[in-house]
Write a protein that binds this ligand. Structure first.
Ligand code: ACO
Ligand code: MG
Length: 860
């Protein structure tokens, strides 16, 4: 009897083993490159579980498995193999929540009925369309790069099924992010971009006036359309966002874009009615760190989107590199286990399984608000691009591929074999589709041809608005001050934060407004005026420098109070401040996407220290600085980058002004270094109202946050506006200085101004004026001239910066200013640290000596 009890337990173990490891024996590879894996695996062998062939027909207690109390071992194995070892391998037992596991089990451990004939025909029609589109391009555009989908055509019916299921749930939109492979096919067959437009772009025949700026290659462009259900009554918007060649960089951008759309729809806690669908390549999903960064955002309050459907087009190669050389993990999807996502490995040669898993993925997302990963294993019929020969690097694999029939053919044959359709029907459908393409192709050929010309500039696409009023009413200043003391009676403010709040109220009356309060005045006034303000970054709610306190935490119970949230009123304004994950790449990418998704929001991303922004360099290069020129994709995202030489060492000093200025052209972004709280306030408000959708980079202060000289009177907020150039107050009206005595003019940005002014005042220097350049790009040439011409006897003009000579504004401005104002600044001199390979010295003492030298040299 003991032995029997033991065997009952063994059977339960076997069931658990299949649930855990059944995927290791699943028939998921259409190339069957490793035939051994289909036959056995030690974990799944009855013998390893101390059962024998004699046990197959014995009944065991199975404790409710497959809705049975007792089952024959043979039947148990039948259910397990059908569920876990056919053309789909499933990983889900890593999920910690029992409810989710059980939900999946109930969907998986059941017999699958094949789809109705109408549905089969529909799947086939999608495969026809996918294959015919590629064949057509292949014959018409011989040798041109198109990154074909051949070998992965099933992704078309799979995506179609995701969208169909999203429509079934009456969601509002599906937004797709994907890399280049198969993109044209997706544009044509999923998004419904007109063939005519696709072919026109292929002809290289873009109307220069219809495209934006310098443009991008055809397989990067985005589009949107409406999907109408074939077997249901719903329709749904589908869009594909533009992407760069940098694989996976679009991931966080897509999530931000979707979140912005969801926030705009504002359907509350469960209102994740915009579905993000991200396509990935196998090598990129395992290799690119931004994948993990983006996955890590999936459940965070400021970032969640209710679950993303990830589809990996796993063609088992990355350009020329085989999986064993491109990842250390068993599956390319292993990184997704960290967020407890179910992972479905499915054979791309089984379109019905692919469609089934697509619907299951959407159902799971809708039920649990979580990401789902589908790993569609397929192959790449051709080389990385159409001119490449993959047999140089994967000869054996390509011998197999060359002998393979397409999934359209094999599925057609399967349907004919099952008697579901006739051969004639199948061929007629394909011919019909090819005929359509042919007609459009001929039309495009007839179109007028454009002669290639140099690309147009985007400079004039958005025109500056002048005479904008950014000042606010004194009563609003006071109201924002009061909001900081407007917490509920029962709220216990931290004893060290209370005085800050009291000071804010006082500043709103008496002036002496510091940087942090000026910023809150900008945010608060915008919220009051009905705008959505979204701020995120590492520690941004309190502020890295303990300056912002935009969200207060109750000292007793950790409840939250957000003063600016009181200002929204009935105009719908919102202040949303989030501490981000410790990421730059995904963090900034998300905010960029958000700003694209909601063009009216003021979206700010803050680097903890400006230095760390280079972790997001791909987002800056590929999206922020060039997205408009490449795709006409506009963003007014704001980057706040704490910057300043303060002796904190090379990695806590520089927001890399030089790099941003180098990227600026055609009015692509604004780069500013405001030196007073009020000027920062006006800069933010100008950005919110100027109607220009272009990014803004602000180098923000650290020590200046607490500099008693760097405060602004209330009048500067209730009058005034952003000053791109600040005249030396010493020589302004009422300043007391004699302009005629000035022979030297120092041009400077940022906190160094206060250090220069302090020396000038202390030593009573009368021959030198200090003019601040507050906007580094676009250069306010008229204002600079105006400021400099105030000194008729000035002959020496110096650009003074604390950054090393190869860094800061000088490398750009040192060339641009003499060019712009040759009569005045033709022999502009530089005063700075020597060119250095690191941003600063590591020692605060050396820093102090060098800083002193710069200040001395400025006046010397
Ligand atoms: N974003 C929004 N408004 C701006 C910007 C900007 N980046 N730059 C200047 N302005 C506004 C100012 O607020 C100001 O308005 P106001 O007259 O109501 O005060 C007006 O333009 C003039 O700016 P000034 O600071 O007085 O500077 P100046 O007249 O010396 O120079 C400009 C203007 C644009 C800075 C100069 O470089 C120029 O004329 N460039 C050619 C056109 C150009 O670069 N356009 C870029 C358009 S979009 C963009 O830059 C983000
Ligand atoms: Mg690949």
């Amino acid at each position: 009897a003991e032995g029997v009890i033991d065997k009952h337990t063994r059977v339960l173990e076997l069931i658990a083993a299949y649930r855990n490891r059944g995927h290791l024996m699943a028939d998921t590879d259409p190339l069957r490159l490793d035939p051994a894996r289909l036959h056995s695996h030690p974990d799944l062998d009855v013998l390893s579980h101390h059962l024998t062939l004699w046990d197959l027909d014995r009944e065991f207690n199975v404790g409710g498995f497959a809705s049975h109390d007792k089952m024959k071992l043979r039947d148990v194995l039948g259910v397990l193999r059908n569920a876990y070892c056919r053309t789909m391998g499933i990983e889900y037992t890593h999920i910690l929540d029992p409810e989710q596991r059980e939900w999946l089990q109930n969907r998986i451990e059941v017999p699958h009925t094949k789809p109705a004939v109408a549905e089969q025909k529909y799947i086939l029609s999608k495969l026809n369309a996918a294959e015919a589109f590629e064949t057509f391009l292949q014959t018409k555009y011989v040798g041109q790069k198109r990154f074909s989908l051949e070998g992965a055509e099933t992704v078309i019916p799979m995506m179609d099924a995701v969208i169909d299921q999203a429509a079934e749930f009456a969601l509002d939109e599906v937004v797709i992010g994907m890399p280049h492979r198969g993109r044209l096919n997706v544009l044509a067959n999923i998004v419904g971009k007109p063939y005519k437009q696709i072919f026109t772009e292929f002809e290289g025949n873009m109307n220069p006036k219809a495209s934006h700026g310098s443009g991008d290659v055809k397989y990067h462009l985005g589009s949107s359309g409406t999907y109408i259900q074939m077997f249901g009554d719903n329709d749904i918007t589908v869009s594909l966002t533009a992407n760069p060649s940098h694989l996976e960089a679009v991931d966080p951008v897509l999530e931000g874009l979707v979140r912005a759309k969801q926030d705009l729809l504002d359907k509350g806690q469960d209102g994740f009615t915009v579905l993000p669908m991200l396509l990935h390549g196998d090598a990129a999903f395992a290799g690119q760190g931004v994948v993990a960064e983006t996955l890590n955002l999936a459940q965070l309050r400021g970032y969640r989107t209710g679950g993303t459907v990830h589809i990996i087009v796993n063609n088992q190669v990355g350009f020329t590199t085989a999986p064993e050389y491109s990842r250390s993990s068993e599956y390319c999807t292993d990184v997704a286990k960290m967020i407890d996502a179910p992972i479905f490995h499915v054979n791309g040669d089984d379109p019905e399984a692919c469609v089934r898993v697509a619907k299951l993925a959407v159902d799971f997302r809708q039920r649990f608000g979580k990401d789902v990963v589908i790993d569609m294993i397929c192959y790449r019929r051709r080389g990385h691009n159409e001119g490449d020969d993959p047999s140089m690097t994967q000869p054996q694999m390509y011998d197999v591929i060359d002998s393979k029939r397409s999934v359209r053919k094999s599925y057609t044959e399967a349907l004919i074999g099952r008697g579901d359709i006739s051969l004639d029907e199948a061929e007629a459908a394909l011919r019909d589709y090819q005929g359509q393409l042919e007609r459009v192709f001929n039309e495009v050929r007839e179109l007028e041809k454009y002669i290639a010309e140099p690309s147009p500039s985007v400079l004039e696409d958005q025109t500056l608005r002048t005479s904008l009023v950014t000042a606010i009413d004194p009563t609003l200043v006071q109201r924002i001050g009061d909001a900081h003391l407007g917490f509920p009676e029962a709220f216990t403010v931290h004893p060290r934060v209370k005085p800050v709040l009291e000071r804010r109220r006082k500043m709103s009356r008496d002036g002496g407004v510091d940087w942090a309060f000026a910023e809150l005045l900008a945010f608060g006034s915008l919220v009051y005026e009905g705008r959505l303000v979204r701020l995120s970054g590492q520690d941004s709610r309190r502020g890295t420098f303990s300056q912002r306190h935009s969200v207060l935490i109750d000292r007793q119970d950790e409840s939250e109070y957000t003063p600016l949230s009181n200002l929204g009123g009935d105009k719908g304004g919102k202040f949303l401040a989030y501490d981000s994950a410790l990421t730059e790449f995904a963090g900034l990418g998300f905010e960029y996407g958000y700003s694209v998704g909601n063009p009216d929001a003021l979206v700010l991303w803050e680097a903890q220290f400006g230095d760390f922004v280079n972790g997001a360099q791909s987002i800056i290069d590929e999206f922020i600085s060039s997205g408009e020129a490449k795709w006409g994709q506009r963003s007014n995202v704001i980057m706040l980058l704490p910057h300043g030489h303060e002796g904190q060492g090379p990695d806590h000093t520089s927001g890399r002004i030089e790099r941003f200025l180098q990227l600026c052209a055609e009015g692509s972004m604004t780069v500013a270094v405001p030196s007073t709280p009020a000027n920062y306030f006006h800069l933010l408000r100008r950005h919110a109202y100027d109607g220009i959708h272009r990014p803004l980079v602000v180098f923000t202060p650290k020590s200046m946050l607490r500099n008693k000289a760097a405060v602004s009177p209330v009048a500067d907020f209730t009058d005034n506006k952003f000053r791109s150039v600040m005249q030396d107050p010493h020589f302004a009206t009422g300043g007391g200085g004699d302009r005629n005595a000035v022979t030297k003019v120092l041009l400077v940005s940022g906190k160094l101004y206060y250090e220069l002014a302090a020396k000038r005042d202390k030593e009573n220097i009368t021959d030198t004026a200090i003019v601040r350049l507050e906007q580094l790009y676009p250069l306010p040439r008229r204002r600079i001239r105006e400021a400099l011409e105030a000194y008729p006897n000035a002959t020496v003009f110096r650009w003074v910066q604390e950054e090393p000579g190869n860094q800061g504004a000088w490398p750009t401005i040192g060339l641009a200013l003499p060019d712009l104002l040759p009569d005045l600044l033709g022999s502009l001199q530089r005063v700075s640290r020597r060119p250095m390979s690191a941003p600063s010295s590591g020692s605060s003492k050396v820093h102090a000596v060098e800083q002193h030298e710069v200040i001395e040299a400025a006046f010397g």
